[in-house]
Design a protein around this ligand. Structure first.
Ligand code: AMP
Length: 199
């Protein structure tokens, strides 16, 4: 399959990472998770990591210019020629506009913007289940209910406005993220195969 450039959009816990990993495995596209990149920076103890830890634990967003620079550098790496799935970027309209610029400078186009839509209540249930599985003291430090609520608020205020941005240009397709992982995967496959149209 030809290299494709996709965005998976959706609130925290919607399953974007799971679906991106599946597409990476099945289709060879590279998963570009800005959250994973920031967690890598936190683990390395770099100045970026120290900034990211404070921001992530508060459930807030990193500054646009920092994130845009990270993605600009990452999509220039040779492995991205296989195609990529953006998971966690863009998260603001400014990031979405910058991404359009970055892609057009490189002669690339966005093939699909896929919204994985999930209700807030289900996300709260999922985080509770994830934490129960991880056990006491396990899991991510930004996976508490309080942080999730803050992150959901940030999603609705700052990230959801991206949806009309992509809708206007006919690039947005929405899949039902409340379905099982396999069903969501099948719906995403239909979008990639051009069966499910934007609109
Ligand atoms: P994620 O794993 O995608 O849920 O990201 C975890 C956290 O990293 C988010 O709650 C933000 O604090 C930060 N983050 C990840 N991606 C971005 C982005 N594109 N812009 C700003 N902050 C981000």
């Amino acid at each position: 399959m030809a290299a494709k450039h996709l965005i998976l959009l959706g609130p925290p816990g919607a399953g974007k990472g799971t679906q991106a990993k599946r597409l990476e495995r099945d289709r060879g596209f590279v998963q570009l998770s800005t959250g994973d990149m920031l967690r890598g920076a936190v683990a390395s103890g770099s100045p970026l990591g120290r900034q990211a830890k404070a921001v992530m634990d508060a459930g807030k967003l990193m500054p646009d210019d920092v994130m845009i620079a990270i993605i600009a550098e990452r999509i220039s790496q040779p492995d991205c020629r296989k195609g990529f799935i953006l998971d966690g970027f863009p998260r603001t309209v400014a990031q979405a506009e910058a991404l359009d610029r970055l892609l057009s400078e490189r002669g690339l186009a966005l093939d699909h913007v896929i919204e994985v839509r999930v209700d807030d209540d289900m996300l709260v249930d999922r985080i509770n289940a994830r934490n129960a599985q991880a056990g006491a003291g396990g899991g991510r430090s930004d996976d508490t209910i309080e942080t999730l609520r803050r992150r959901l608020q940030v999603y609705h205020e700052q990230t959801a406005p991206i949806l009309p941005y992509y809708e206007k240009t006919g690039r947005l397709v929405t899949v039902d993220g409340m379905a099982s992982i396999d069903e969501v995967g099948r719906d995403i496959d239909l979008v990639l195969e051009g069966v499910a149209e934007a609109g």
